[in-house]
Design a protein around this ligand. Structure first.
Ligand SMILES: *[C@@H]1O[C@H](CO)[C@@H](O)[C@H](O)[C@H]1NC(C)=O
Ligand SMILES: *[C@@H]1O[C@H](CO)[C@@H](O)[C@H](O)[C@H]1NC(C)=O
Ligand SMILES: *[C@@H]1O[C@H](CO)[C@@H](O)[C@H](O)[C@H]1NC(C)=O
Ligand SMILES: *[C@@H]1O[C@H](CO)[C@@H](O)[C@H](O)[C@H]1NC(C)=O
Ligand SMILES: *[C@@H]1O[C@H](CO)[C@@H](O)[C@H](O)[C@H]1NC(C)=O
Ligand SMILES: *[C@@H]1O[C@H](CO)[C@@H](O)[C@H](O)[C@H]1NC(C)=O
Ligand SMILES: *[C@@H]1O[C@H](CO)[C@@H](O)[C@H](O)[C@H]1NC(C)=O
Ligand SMILES: *[C@@H]1O[C@H](CO)[C@@H](O)[C@H](O)[C@H]1NC(C)=O
Ligand SMILES: *[C@@H]1O[C@H](CO)[C@@H](O)[C@H](O)[C@H]1NC(C)=O
Ligand SMILES: *[C@@H]1O[C@H](CO)[C@@H](O)[C@H](O)[C@H]1NC(C)=O
Ligand SMILES: *[C@@H]1O[C@H](CO)[C@@H](O)[C@H](O)[C@H]1NC(C)=O
Ligand SMILES: [Cu+2]
Length: 557
């Protein structure tokens, strides 16, 4: 903290306004357990610095972040800085057994990285097992000193974290599912800044409130940390203007509903322009599965309260789209546009990846939870198996036998991906298979959802890069006709795309960040079930295009 203020002072006083004005931001995160009460239950949960949600990090573009993580909790853990590209700092990215071994109980690791050319709302979260349910917080990147937002300065800002709460130890929830061979139990409540709101018992007194002044404009920095559901988000009688998604500016987009995938962040302006009073901010599930899968169908609320309100009646509740309103979800995600796009116009690496659930057989019905089998996730029919040491270490030191470089560019079989898939195709292969990308190559990936077990929207998150979503649609992607409709002018740049239920999305990015990068479904249970894969981006020709050696304190395993 002291370092930060000295650096800022120097910058303000001695340095010309156009100079680079970066600071070093040093924080200490202590992982420990804490008793927290929510939804009629007191639960011992894993936290950062005893807080839930964890501390908000507010930094500037260009800052060097040094975060000492002491693990005083009972579990192995790693932290991920969601949305930070980690340019030449893959060692700080965080997914367990991908870029690092876990920080074991009683040990520490210092994440050291610089935010370069990125600003907006990001977040940080645990990236192992189910710990991100409670270990998460906002990472807000303000423009460099002297620079402004590309929209009018808001009067104030509110971080809003959408999360999920279990009346159980989340590590037991996951372990229980693995033992049974099933999917983890659903959460007991969805939350806004850790509170479920007025429609859940035992929480009404603590409902999150945001106080506003009539006539002023506010920036909501909304983060979906939800574990397994996409959300509709509304504010009664208030329109919202989306100005950024995933810390990437959009052309201002006015809407009365947001559709937020787990992993997405949204920067949204609202003006307190209504009659003084109290209005519910509400979220509900967007359930994209047609079959009767169970989900929590209640409404989670916070309150937008005008500070001079004397109205004591119940806040006004927004109207929600139907739980399965896929047209609204599709409209929202296809209407977003980048503010300043620079889309790769040519493609060097073309991949077609089928992704979705899968089903492993269960010998003697030992785990017959769904259709006689154990649900899994897969990409190109491979259910990813985590190695025992990190892939980045194995790659850097040339350790054999940890992974293979034969992740296929295409699925092994052509079938009616989103149709009624014959059960003979539901069993996946297993492996730790990665795809190697040449430095600076332009990559296009068709992400094709499958109908194995169910059709469903899947939020696909890529580490180390942002990508343009140049096309989206329903059914099977058609390589003859669909490219004609690509938007190569101003498509939205994202780090997490909700691939439409029973459909596909096409992404493009330049592989210009050397390192090892996970791509996975941000439904936590799906990625735990093998719904992930890994890219290795090779070094470029120069030193400044190569991955530096690991920090000395990198955890061992
Ligand atoms: C962080 O990493 C940079 C190099 O990328 C190094 O110069 C610096 O000393 C490191 N800081 C700490 C506190 O380890
Ligand atoms: C999961 O749900 C089942 C059925 O309701 C329950 O018996 C079990 O205890 C739950 N598991 C955990 C870890 O809470
Ligand atoms: C809410 O607050 C009221 C008044 O302080 C108190 O009587 C009531 O017990 C509280 N309810 C809960 C669930 O904490
Ligand atoms: C104010 O109170 C009235 C009832 O007295 C209610 O109908 C109205 O919805 C309230 N408005 C707000 C904004 O809270
Ligand atoms: C939520 O689900 C319950 C039980 O499945 C059902 O009775 C209720 O009508 C549903 N509520 C809504 C708002 O759909
Ligand atoms: C980004 O787009 C806005 C609006 O189209 C424009 O005013 C601005 O100059 C652009 N910025 C850059 C860096 O291209
Ligand atoms: C399945 O059950 C049979 C008969 O009880 C037994 O012989 C066989 O070993 C079992 N297979 C497995 C994989 O458990
Ligand atoms: C694929 O499956 C869908 C849904 O069952 C069906 O409507 C479509 O006709 C099938 N397409 C082909 C080429 O068989
Ligand atoms: C996946 O691979 C398994 C094992 O090789 C095979 O049985 C299955 O048919 C394949 N399924 C698909 C969709 O490719
Ligand atoms: C990477 O690609 C960019 C744009 O095509 C080019 O300007 C740059 O020189 C390339 N760098 C390397 C190392 O190939
Ligand atoms: C924690 O991580 C270490 C190092 O990878 C590993 O040896 C150990 O088995 C892990 N513990 C658990 C409970 O997974
Ligand atoms: Cu998924």
């Amino acid at each position: 903290m002291a370092v930060l203020s000295i650096a800022l002072l120097l910058c303000l006083v001695f340095v010309a306004p156009w100079a680079i004005c970066a600071a070093r931001v040093h924080r200490r995160f202590t992982i420990r357990t804490q008793n927290v009460a929510r939804v009629c239950n007191t639960q011992t949960i894993v936290t950062v610095n005893g807080r839930y949600p964890g501390p908000t990090l507010r930094v500037h573009e260009g800052d060097n972040l040094v975060i000492d993580v002491m693990n005083k909790g009972p579990y192995n853990i790693t932290l991920h800085w969601h949305g930070v590209k980690q340019i030449r700092s893959a060692w700080a990215d965080g997914p367990g057994y991908i870029t690092q071994c876990p920080i074991t109980p009683g040990t520490k690791y210092t994440y050291n990285f610089t935010i370069t050319g990125q600003e907006g709302t990001m977040w940080w979260h645990a990236h192992m097992t189910y710990l991100r349910a409670t270990v998460n917080g906002a990472l807000i990147i303000l423009p460099r000193h002297g620079k402004t937002y590309p929209f009018p300065k808001p009067h104030a800002e509110f971080p809003i974290i959408l999360g999920e709460w279990w009346n159980a130890n989340v590590e037991n929830v996951l372990a229980d599912a693995i033992r049974r061979g099933g999917v983890p139990n659903d959460s007991d409540a969805y939350t806004i800044n850790s509170q479920p709101g007025d429609f859940f018992p035992c929480s009404a007194n603590d409902t999150t409130r945001f106080m506003v002044e009539r006539g002023k404009t506010y920036l909501l920095r909304i983060i979906s940390c939800a574990m397994i559901h996409a959300s509709f988000f509304k504010i009664a009688q208030h329109k919202m203007t989306v100005v950024a998604v995933d810390a990437l500016y959009t052309k201002p987009y006015e809407t009365d509903v947001l559709v937020i995938q787990p992993g997405n962040t949204m920067d949204v302006l609202i003006t307190a322009g209504q009659e003084s009073g109290r209005y519910y901010i509400g979220t509900r599930v967007y359930n994209s599965q047609p079959q009767g899968f169970e989900f929590l169908n209640t409404t989670t609320t916070a309150i937008l309260e005008y500070h001079d309100s004397t109205n004591t009646s119940a806040p006004v509740l927004p109207d929600f789209p139907a739980f399965n309103d896929t047209p609204t979800a599709f409209k929202f995600s296809t209407e977003l546009r980048s503010l300043n796009a620079s889309v790769p116009q040519t493609v060097d690496e073309e991949m077609f990846i089928t992704e979705g659930l899968a089903l492993a057989s269960c010998p003697n019905n030992s785990c017959a939870v769904i259709n006689g089998g154990r649900p899994l996730g897969s990409m190109n029919n491979i259910s990813f198996v985590l190695p025992e040491i990190s892939i980045l270490q194995a790659y850097y030191y040339g350790i054999d036998g940890v992974y293979t470089t034969d992740f296929p560019d295409n699925p092994p079989l052509v079938f009616n991906y989103t149709g009624a898939v014959p059960m003979g195709l539901w069993q996946p292969d297993f492996g730790t298979r990665v795809k190697v990308l040449k430095f600076n190559s332009s990559v296009q990936i068709v992400l094709q959802n499958t109908g194995i077990l169910t059709i469903q929207n899947h939020p696909i998150h890529l580490h180390g890069h942002d990508f343009y979503v140049v096309g989206q649609g329903f059914g099977n992607y058609n390589s003859q006709t669909d490219p004609a409709n690509f938007n190569l002018v101003d498509p939205q740049l994202l780090n997490t795309v909700g691939v439409p239920t029973g459909g596909w999305a096409v992404i493009r990015f330049i592989a210009n960040n050397p390192g090892v990068w996970l791509m996975h479904c941000h439904f936590e249970s799906h990625s735990e079930l093998g719904f992930e894969t890994v890219f290795i981006t090779e070094n470029g020709p120069g030193n400044s295009e190569s991955l530096p050696p690991p920090p000395r304190d990198l955890p061992k395993c």
